[in-house]
Design a protein around this ligand. Structure first.
Ligand SMILES: [Zn+2]
Length: 239
């Protein structure tokens, strides 16, 4: 099985972007050992509706808190999150709320870590493609007269990069918060032992801004003539 990095298509038909955030989010947690926050930019669960949860007000404001306070909130919200969710500092929940601008592809990345689809494209991928995709409505206010019918695709963190693609080795994780400060390598390689079968679209657990698709998904998008994203093959090392 081949894997591909998802990137935005370029050109005047694919200019769509958002000024928006998901409705709730965990705060950043400042680690007392490494003085950083092990943030998970991009980790989002739009299908998780916290509107009936009594503690939701603690997750409405983007802020930095001591690591222990973040951990308290993380443990409280965990029963509402999908099984195996990382729930890194900054993880977001609920619908995307805000403003949207520009022209949108059938599949579209308004940010590198956020995938949206036109409803018709989603239905084709679910129907003819046979993909199980979790999609959520968005509360976006569009500036244009023609308002596209877009949904956000929920992507769960799965799989990691292989240590061999970090020139000079990978940083040792912080003993307190687990943060690894490595930047995304120029030539990423997937660690095959961390890839789950049956996952055609996911984000990396160690680089949550990176979206990965299988060859099966990339081929279906091409076959259906869906535009708006490009696929770049990323090698896999077995162990
Ligand atoms: Zn730390």
């Amino acid at each position: 099985m081949k894997y591909f990095l998802l990137g935005p298509a370029e050109g005047p038909r694919f200019t769509g972007f958002v000024d928006a955030a998901h409705r709730w989010g965990l705060p950043g947690g400042l680690c007392p050992v490494c003085d950083s926050s092990p943030g998970g930019l991009g980790e989002a669960y739009p299908s998780v509706d916290l509107s009936g949860w009594s503690l939701r007000h603690e997750l409405t404001e983007a802020r930095q808190v001591p690591l222990a306070e973040y951990e308290r909130l993380r443990d409280l919200v965990r029963p509402h999150a999908p099984p195996g969710a990382l729930l890194l500092p900054g993880a977001e929940f609920g619908r995307l709320v805000g403003k949207a601008f520009g022209w949108w592809g059938a599949l579209h990345l308004p940010d590198p870590w956020t995938l949206v689809m036109q409803r018709a494209a989603l239905e084709q991928l679910r129907g003819e493609g046979g993909f199980k995709l979790s999609a959520s409505e968005m509360d976006l206010h569009f500036q244009e007269i023609h308002v596209p019918d877009l949904l956000e695709i929920e992507l769960h963190p799965r799989g990691r990069l292989h240590d061999s693609c970090f020139p000079g080795g990978r940083e040792r994780p912080c003993e307190r918060c687990g943060r690894q400060g490595d930047g995304l390598p120029d030539a990423p390689i997937l660690d095959g032992s961390t890839l789950a079968t049956g996952q055609d679209l996911f984000r990396l657990a160690d680089f949550t801004t990176v979206i990965i698709a299988t060859e099966r998904f990339a081929k279906a998008v091409a076959r259906l003539g869906l535009e708006g994203v490009v696929f770049k093959e990323v090698p896999v090392v077995a162990s």
